[in-house]
Design a protein around this ligand. Structure first.
Ligand code: BDR
Ligand code: CA
Length: 311
């Protein structure tokens, strides 16, 4: 099993990412740490506890993270994820509480104690991970890889060129991309091909378990934004965050390219854009494996197979 720490801001697609991670049986999930993004930290933390309770992963320690980005004001995505951050289904009351120490301290303690390097999977703004890298540089060697959802090669969703997770805390993202740790980047170019359609939602519901029903209800709500605002996706909703986990399960279902990636923190129109040198025009040493295509059907199979074994 791959040892991982998951840093997320649930969030509908984060919730399905947790289901995929746990249900796949592929990971030793050492912790779930919480970023503020899709909603406030207070809400994303509660949401993570609820989802982990739903899927029977109550022994995974959960750590609260930063309330706001390093230097910027908090931006949230309630226009996608609703007032709670996980609008749609009725989710269970959490049976566990967050740990008494912060995400940064928790990550440090886990990495220090781990004999083998740990993979970090961020699917929200990168505030916690950047803070950790700055505070504990000597523990970098304990990170196997960072497999993240964020950015885009050729497009944004928050602004024309910036994707939400990177836009929300661009300075943090810049720190992460410059850290010298191997990175896999699943940005919008690939996540907008990881589409869930109405027929898939019905298949989730037909799995017959509580988690399948909750996943279907979550996707019903999530799809509303996509149907109204992303007509070019033909009714599909982009399952962004599960991609960062799916690549670790089976990189063979993705097409990737090694690229040099940096983050725009100063641009007037381009705050938080990932500048991906896809054609190696700058002749810089690549610092990321950038995903640009996915076998959607194989990806959905991973998701169904994971969700069907959950409660
Ligand atoms: C990313 O932003 C959030 O709204 C999603 O959870 C995903 O992590 C997509 O841009
Ligand atoms: Ca997310």
């Amino acid at each position: 099993k791959i040892p991982v720490i998951i840093d997320c801001d649930p969030g509908h697609d984060d919730a399905l990412m947790l289901m995929l991670a746990h249900g796949s049986g592929h990971f030793d999930i050492k912790a779930v740490t919480i970023s503020a993004g899709n909603q406030t930290q207070a809400k994303t933390l509660q949401n993570a506890l609820k989802v982990l309770t739903l899927i029977g992963a109550t022994d995974i320690p959960v750590y609260h993270g930063a309330d706001k980005p390093l230097f910027r004001e908090l931006v949230i995505a309630d226009y996608v994820h609703g007032e709670t951050g996980l609008d749609g289904p009725a989710l269970p009351v959490p049976v566990m509480q967050a740990q008494p120490i912060s995400a940064v301290e928790g990550i440090a303690a886990i990495l220090a104690a781990s004999e083998s390097p740990v993979t970090i999977v961020p699917t929200g703004p990168l505030t916690n991970i950047a803070t950790f890298l700055l505070a504990y540089p000597h523990l970098k060697s304990k990170i196997e890889r960072i497999s993240l959802m964020g950015g885009g090669i050729f497009r944004g969703n928050m602004t024309p060129l910036a994707e939400f997770n990177i836009y929300a805390d661009p300075e943090a993202a810049a720190i992460v991309f410059k850290a010298g740790v191997p990175i896999t980047m699943c940005g919008l170019d690939v996540t907008h091909k990881a589409l869930v359609f109405q027929k898939d939602i019905e298949l989730l519901r037909a799995l017959g378990n509580k988690t399948g029903k909750a996943a279907a209800d979550l996707m019903d709500f999530f799809s509303i934004f996509y149907r109204e605002n992303r007509v070019e996706l033909n009714g599909g909703a982009a399952l962004h965050d599960p991609c960062a986990i799916a690549w670790l399960i089976n990189p063979g279902i993705f097409k990737t390219k090694s690229c040099y990636v940096d983050v725009e923190t100063k641009g007037e129109l381009t705050r938080g854009a990932t500048v991906v040198d896809f054609y190696n025009t700058l002749q810089m040493e690549p610092n990321a494996t950038v995903a640009y295509d996915i076998d959607r059907d194989a990806f959905m199979d991973l998701l169904f197979n994971a969700i069907k074994v959950l409660p």
